[in-house]
Design a protein around this ligand. Sequence first.
Ligand code: PMP
Length: 437
Amino acid sequence: MQGDNDGLASFWMPFTANRAYKAHPRQIVSASGMHYQSGDGRTILDGTAGLWCSNAGHCRTEIAAAMARAAATLDFAPTFQLGHPAAFELAQRLAALMPPGLDRIFFTNSGSESVDTALKIALAVQRARGQGTRTRLIGRERGYHGVGFGGISVGGIVGNRRAFALLPGADHLRHTHDPARNAFSRGFPPHGAELADDLQRLVDLHGAETIAAVIVEPMAGSTGVLLPPVGYLERLRAICDRNGILLIFDEVITAFGRVGAATAAQAWGVTPDILTMAKGLTNAAVPMGAVAVKRELHDAVIESAPGGIELAHGYTYSGHPLACAAGLAALDLYAREGLFERAAELAPYWEAAAHGLRGRRHIVDIRTIGLVAGMELEPRPDAPTARAMELFHRAFDAGLLVRATGDIIALSPPLIVEKAQIDQMFGMLGELLDTIA
Ligand code: PMP
């Protein structure tokens, strides 16, 4: 401790109002299953699986044991010009879990790295196909694709973009959030498939020969659980096919069971060309991400550089042994406990519980899919976003972790959640809504 004597000053916290946090710190000191323990000794029900990532619940002993074994036998091995068995095994296991055809796996260490890797692979594929003029990357308003320069550039969060969006040629589809037409609809909202035609408008505007790829979250998580309108993803897929554009699904949140299948692509029947993942890949026990690529796209890149390094890209920790061990153990757990299926089975109960809050103070929309919910609050005219933040604080103090984003409260519990805990979450939120300004 130097200078400030509160012990909190040195850590420059990410995506945090540091001054406000440090004036009223709230800390987590341990975790188990569905719960966190706070620094002041309280038990907190985890309504968000950490940051949408601890899908099998916290501190699973099988994962901890696998990581401990790896740390004691092979703490690190390069995957540049070398390899180790767990990396090959995990790639093979992931390939089997992905939508059909996406069976080539590149390892990263985070969602942000997965996104930047996917964008680079898209450019490499287009170049390998003799389409080197295709350099433009298309994202979507209110998209979140992490914090790499590529991800920020295709991302659609205005504050992030203003500060850092540097990639030339990025453009955006409109977002699909339309509460005027879709509020309180159940499952996919009925209106808005035509918004996918924005991609055709960008093709008409810029020329297909300039566009490499479009990246979307099948369900936008971080900006408030925005679900794809009925038919939207299919329409995007068709426009990509007609125009030689690669479709990238950013499944950093949706992969590994969140929407009731291994991926949203499989749950919803639309197959991208490239798929990013992270978070649930290791149950968040250690950082890891990955990118799944259609085999023929991978092969085009490999064949484009016979004898040389085909993709000039990689991380020291691509396929880190501890992460691979955690990933293999997490996939075993997901399968053994049937957690993806469990999410699908619980989804109707979850939806009914969430919609039970309809009519409560401040609530202007409720959206759910799988085991995700977004509850939109009417913004306070004097202080937009303050209402959700107040609810977040009150919930934490009452023993429930939720996520506040804008004026939306997002819930995404571990997939081991019990019905009684679902009732507890929405019951607490209902009561707390009456207490906020
Ligand atoms: N893409 C999506 C869809 C995400 O939700 C996130 C994180 N919430 C990221 C990318 C970035 O992941 P990370 O924070 O691991 O870099």
